[in-house]
Design a protein around this ligand. Structure first.
Ligand code: SF4
Length: 363
């Protein structure tokens, strides 16, 4: 197939669904890690096309959702400092922290600007030399190279007023942490397409080898996802777990070596706190010592009270795949996209928001 329309072809999708139903004889629990996949699965009604032998769960693949309340509180506190302009991707604006959100902080007078790239944030820094520009760096390996590039560029231009509040996370340690928790027994993982474009398939080999979990990297169109499910079912039926790529038009096994080198030049790995999972060693990226002057976490001191979770919000369990969004008693009642209680209802890649939007209330 060469054109995107072919990956949306209803006949091809139905043919794959029929094949999956034919070959699937044993129960298979699959998890998509990536929030983009969660949205694509719900938007296209993929779960309803699959036989009852296959259970699909969503994982912690929305970077906004897994950002802990204490880190959101810190971003909001940074917005309250004098002569600071916060720059952020739009998804972060409405995410509730313990008591507030960046949107509320903006309504209260904070200078908080939505940007569409780190280049926009750099331009705001150039245009406002007397103010400190802090970019809220939330994302996975797909976002990390663009932030690394912005820091290298700021260094080259000797921009003294540009900072990053670095909350970048890496996906393989979180996958391993979920498998180690053992709360849910997975047979297969739909591995993230965009993240794997950067990191390659090497990190997944351990899941197949050590945990016996089938792994297939998928693209984001309905035929992509069904093809990945079909490949996973083939592996599970043969009891031969390994790592395969269904998304061959986007992913190479070695990843993007230029992006990886850039990331390794700018970041060190560090422990990071994930909502619902807790601290995971080596799952975060922090700026190397030579770039420490760009680190908003070091340069700006804010004192915060202990973080609080919203009463009744079960985002942590949703992110671990332990419950479906509709099992949270606040879902679609107290918690809606207009009045989100937890981040999973805010983000465009959040499971609760996707379930609400596409009516997947029955799971
Ligand atoms: Fe949290 Fe709302 Fe989802 Fe419940 S429905 S888990 S409160 S985001």
């Amino acid at each position: 197939m060469r054109y995107i329309d072919e990956f949306r072809d209803a006949g091809l999708a139905r043919g794959l669904a029929d094949k999956i139903a034919r070959i699937s004889t044993r129960p298979a629990r699959l998890m998509e890690f990536c929030g983009g996949h969660t949205v694509a699965i719900m938007r296209n009604g993929i779960r309803r096309l699959l036989p009852p032998t296959i259970e699909m769960l969503s994982g912690p693949g929305c970077p906004v959702c897994v950002t802990s309340n204490s880190d959101i509180d810190r971003a909001i506190a940074l917005a309250g400092l004098p002569d600071v302009i916060i720059t952020t991707f739009g998804d972060m604006l409405k995410v509730p922290g313990s008591c507030s959100s960046l949107q509320k902080a903006r309504a209260e007078g904070g200078d908080i600007r939505i940007v569409y790239s780190t280049q926009d944030a750099l331009q705001i820094a150039r245009d406002n030399p007397r103010q400190s520009i802090i970019f809220i760096g939330v994302g996975f390996e797909t976002t990390a190279p663009t932030i690394a590039m912005a820091i290298v560029q700021a260094e080259k231009e000797n921009l003294r007023n540009f900072y990053v509040f670095c909350q970048l996370k890496t996906t393989p340690p979180a996958m391993r942490a979920l498998l180690d928790l053992g709360e849910i027994k997975l047979n297969g993982i739909i591995c993230p397409g965009h993240v794997t474009t950067v990191i390659g398939t090497g990190p997944y080999q351990a899941y197949a080898r050590d945990y016996g979990v089938a792994c297939v990297v998928a693209g984001f169109e309905p035929v992509d996802i069904l093809q990945a499910v079909e490949m996973l079912v083939q592996q599970i039926e043969r009891d031969e777990p390994r790592v395969e790529i269904a998304y061959t038009r986007g992913v190479r096994p070695e990843g993007n070596l230029i992006a990886l080198e850039l990331m390794h030049n700018v970041f060190d790995t560090a422990g990071a706190s994930w909502r619902g999972i807790g601290e995971i060693p080596h799952s975060g990226l922090k700026l190397k010592a030579k770039y420490a002057r760009f680190d908003a976490g070091c340069e700006f001191n804010v004192v915060l009270p202990p973080a609080k979770e919203a009463p009744g919000c079960r985002c942590g369990e949703v992110l671990r795949g332990v419950i479906r969004p509709a099992e949270c008693r606040l879902f679609s009642k107290a918690c809606t996209p207009e009045n989100p209680i937890g981040p999973c209802m805010v983000s465009s890649e959040g499971s609760c928001a996707a379930c609400y939007q596409y009516g997947e209330y029955d799971g």
